[in-house]
Ligand binder design. Sequence first.
Ligand SMILES: Cc1cc2nc3c(=O)[nH]c(=O)nc-3n(C[C@H](O)[C@H](O)[C@H](O)COP(=O)(O)OP(=O)(O)OC[C@H]3O[C@@H](n4cnc5c(N)ncnc54)[C@H](O)[C@@H]3O)c2cc1C
Length: 681
Amino acid sequence: MQQAALETWYQRRPWQVALGFFAGYIAITGLSLPGAALLTLVAGAIFGLLWGTLIVSFASSIGATLAFLASRFVLRDWVRSRFPAQLGVIDEGVKREGGYYLFTLRLIPVVPFFIINLAMGLTAMRPRSFYWVSQLGMLAGTLVYVNAGRQLARIESPAGILSPGLIGAFLLLGIFPLLAKKAVDTVKARRVYARWKRPARFDRNLVVIGAGSAGLVAAYIAAAVRAKVTLIEKHRMGGDCLNTGCVPSKALIKSARLVSLMRRGEEFGLKKANPEFDFAAVMERVQRVVRTVEPHDSAARYTQLGVECLQGEARITSPWSVEIKSREAKKILTTRSIVIAAGARPLVPPIPGFDKIEVLTSDTVWGLRKLPPRLLVLGGGPIGAELAQAFARLGAKVTQVEMLGRILPREDEEVSEMVRERFAREGIEVLVGHRAREVRLEGARKLLIAERGGDEVAIEFDELLCALGRVANTAGYGLEELGIPVTRARTVETNEYLQTLYPNIYACGDVAGPYQFTHTASHQAWYAAVNALFGKFRKFRADYSVIPWATFTDPEVARVGLNELEARERNIAYEVTRYGLDELDRAIADEEAYGMVKVLTVPGKDRILGATLVGEHAADLIVEYIAAMKHGIGLNKILGTIHIYPTLAEANKYAAGVWKRAHAPQGVLRQVERFHAWMRG
Ligand SMILES: Cc1cc2nc3c(=O)[nH]c(=O)nc-3n(C[C@H](O)[C@H](O)[C@H](O)COP(=O)(O)OP(=O)(O)OC[C@H]3O[C@@H](n4cnc5c(N)ncnc54)[C@H](O)[C@@H]3O)c2cc1C
């Protein structure tokens, strides 16, 4: 009825209707109001394919440009505060690819059009370029929508819904984004590969650069599916985790923990014990542990698994070739795909005076054989905190210096406080809010000068361990020559499939981020290897939905999903349930009745948003929550699962019990109480 009336109206006054519609469309898009897609369908219905497309094409481009100008000259601050995440992404895209980036956004609208208009207004793009690139980019989509509207208008009876024209138009509407994406990807790939000569055939299916946690898994998967794969390592097989990271740190932590437990002997009913030990022997034990684990990551084992392991420095010389330089020779390998797994290294900022001392890092600290009497640990993150406590327990006087207001700043405040409190009890001096300014030498004295609220503080030390974070290895092996971009976090830029700018070159692990853990490195490596080898048929998006991690201090801190800090930052509503380990029988029996299980759930529901565990074996206990989140299991099911008594794992169930009590249906319980009273007569 309305359609017929509109059509009649249009036939009577074509110019007025067309101009009115045109102005209305401009107003809607210019004011960033919703409804443009619907209006485009209406345009098809009233004006037909040709005129509908023309009207919408010009109106949408003019409206978009008005929104663009409004954002640039009037709404600057509002847009900045409202869409900070999208702004950053779009700004970087424009800087990198200019108008072509806008064109692809118009063709495949991964970001809503109104946000594109507003965000583009804050980039350096010229309005004229914005207008014509937008018009060109939106043209194909406009055509598809107008056509769908036209076909809808043609329905005259319910049977018309099944007309081939309408089915075809909506099919096109559905597959258009996929077709557009395919076209954009093909053009993009052509552009990046244009200056390189592709070999006629390849020696290998995959070359993996770096034999750390990520590289080893990528190579292993490739060999398991019978691909010809070469793994290149310039230093030591096993990378950071085995040689300078997880393995030595956990071995050191264990020795230090034993010392601490022995010192606590009286708590366990023993006589006061003062363990005698030789620091050098402890550090030798750490190396023994590394050597014991070493065969797991060795060239011999991987060769047996079907991986060609080469020792030498790799450099990518084209999208399909890698040069390997060893002491003996240089050779070039051609390969269909490349996985970059070059890892990260400790960040040592250029603090004045650092050049005058030998700054220790997580790379070099393992070489110590003499316990530093006074150790200054710079950095309050997980690595700094783990090593600070281990060295303190082994007898060093440790001062930990952190610029922010607390240590472990990614965790909730109460978590940081629990760790800080234990550190303080163990004699570690934690200085938060202290920004390191310089290292000064005064005779034989070494001083770190830090700034705290405008005041200068001098901290004397014998050795300084710099644990200020880790920076990805992105220089010196071909990324610059190939123009592979890095992110703001200085990691190799990848898409959700872990592809770099060149779709056949992938990156995973610390070099790609955003996480810097062994388990995330190997998780990503699976995606990188599978996509590199089978991406022609099917690609898998790296899944970061449930990422756990732990800091192996005492008390241990483990987390999966959201904590309160992140939930607040991301405006996600949550409920908190806490269970204190001081009530847990096993923790009491073990003299470890300290810490908590803290679970965040969707308000009113048992769906878990995240969990933080603090206490003995927190990293082991949290696995129940990791599995629950991964497989959509809620607190009710955890509560309904039998946990062995007496274990620390019961804490997970008791936390679920706390949640259940808080959500007990009070109305039903009142009725049940009445029922019992009635039963008593
Ligand atoms: C002290 C410490 C404690 C840690 N504790 C934990 C923990 O408890 N749990 C956890 O999950 N994570 C922990 N980590 C982090 C973990 O070690 C890293 O996330 C992990 O090692 C990353 O693996 P990767 O393969 O990405 O990189 P890496 O292990 O760094 O491997 C990269 C490899 O690439 C090689 N390479 C680089 N460039 C080239 C080239 N051009 N040619 C050939 N080879 C090259 C390097 O020599 C290196 O061996 C810890 C890290 C440190 C420093």
